[in-house]
Design a protein around this ligand. Sequence first.
Ligand code: GLN
Length: 191
Amino acid sequence: MTAVQGDVSEHLGAVEEALRDLGLSGHAVAVRRPATLEEVDALIVPGGESTTISKLLHEFDLADGILRRASEGMPLMGTCAGCILLAKEGDAQVRATDTRLLGLMDMAVDRNAYGGQQESFEAALELDEIGTVEGVFIRAPAIRRVWGACRPLGRLDEAIVMARQNHLVALTFHPELSPSTGVHRYFLGLV
Ligand code: GLN
């Protein structure tokens, strides 16, 4: 996964656990250099701070490689801040912060959609193709709209919490903090 900023070690642990659960060989590696990006079969862009991650992806010279590998079919999962970066459209907050979206998925997101009143919370989610997952939301975005080839896999109230577009997956919560490896197993199933 990209390891320029954010929830890196938790995702590394969750991928290793999901690989074990599935009986697969393979390893999770932290991607900080373009050369490492060329060696991976799939990539996670973790949660963190979307503006910072977007800057660092360019500074570390990873953004172009991610776009090319994704266009060649590499499975890519963005969680929370990573979800924002995968979107084609961001809200006024995203625009005001000069966040450079990767713009790979046909979806519009609102950053910090749950605002001050409920910045962090957990909720049981029913996800298509996965089942029940305890979702941990931390200053989470919301996927407001999907179009084209992108389809929702789960909702919490009106907000879409997970979406998939072929080999691209985005979710607004933190699957690496949930006791179940369901989301990581699902993602590894795309590889
Ligand atoms: N609110 C953060 C952002 O806008 C995302 C939070 C997270 O990844 N936990 O980038």
